[in-house]
Unconditional design. Sequence first.
Length: 421
Amino acid sequence: STVITGFSGGADSVVLLHILHALEYRCIAAHCNFHLRGEESDRDEEFSRRFATTLGIPFYKTDFDTVSYAEKNNTSIEMAARELRYKWFEMLREKENAGTIAVAHHKDDSIETLLINLVRGTGLKGLTGIKPVNGNIIRPLLCLSKEEILGYAYKNNLEYVTDSSNYEYTFTRNKIRLQVIPLLESINPSLVSGLTQTMENLIETEKIYNHAIKEAVSRCFNETESGIDIPLLLSYPSPEAVLYEILRTYGFGRDVVFNIAKSILHQSGKEFFSDKYRIVKDRKKLILMPINQINLHEKYLIESTTETLQEPVRLEIVHAGYTTDFQFSQEKKYAYFDTEKLNFPLLLRKWQNGDRFMPFGMKGSKKLSDYFSDHKFSLIDKENAWVLCSGNDICWIVGERTDRRFKIDYNTTKISIIKLF
């Protein structure tokens, strides 16, 4: 299939395109003009066009206002150029129905990435360098050093352009390449081969880590119920590592995960937040849920003629005649009331502090907050609790317990059955 080839006109991309063409791949040379270096940027574009034309390879180019994009998205010039480049490559790949996007990263680039990640702080994945395959992106030169690439260009009389910004110390990668690596090579002349071997070792180690983590996550985390089992989590040698792998996809950073891990044996009710999710520490679970704005004033009316309610919870209401041989279900999703004791319209609302009711099967009244505590409701269970009211009186904690003031007795002739789905 066709290969979209990132082509800047520099030595690396010139060698990549030349090799792919020599191996008879169908290539499209894709050039990005970021307009960051004035006339030099235009020079690179013109050279790239001529080189591709000489090889008989289709040439596509695009222009970017990189500075404006970086300012608008509050990112660095380096990151802006990267995002723009790969978005356009992918768009071109789809348009041309190409199979892959080839870019010219090499062994030295991978080592630079390792050192950058190491300086900034990283996990195991950040120490494995650049991947040869990442989705539709391939890096055929990753097994070659810069020296080998330049040797190929010299041997095949290939011209290329040099990006002057590669020698500016304002970019982190340039500092690593121009200052740090030469210093490290003065300590170990075999730095490239040594770090390459280290990355290969860590790649194999990462495979074992990922296998173990996948097994641990599947045991500890019930995604359907959004709960993390604390006893199971603590049975692993590094609960924090397992926890991080579960929560990082929900936007939780390492610092927050560290604090969650520290609190895991402490009291329930503590909360932790990412941008879109929160974790609540329950007795034996960490409960993960989206951050939703709780509206305590949200109310829904149920008329005597209402048969179903779709939101905020789904209820089905049936009115029927009552005889003493009526069969009651013991499931909490059913509530049974003497219809004549109800004052329609019924009101469905969130529970509030100070609410009281008279639990069926118990004497006296009870605060809902005390009832929740006695029955070990988690913070999430409390937040999700709805109450059904007849007038000013609570007749049902929905899905939990009815109020005895509305119970069916020997004088009942008509009943109301409400089912929670």
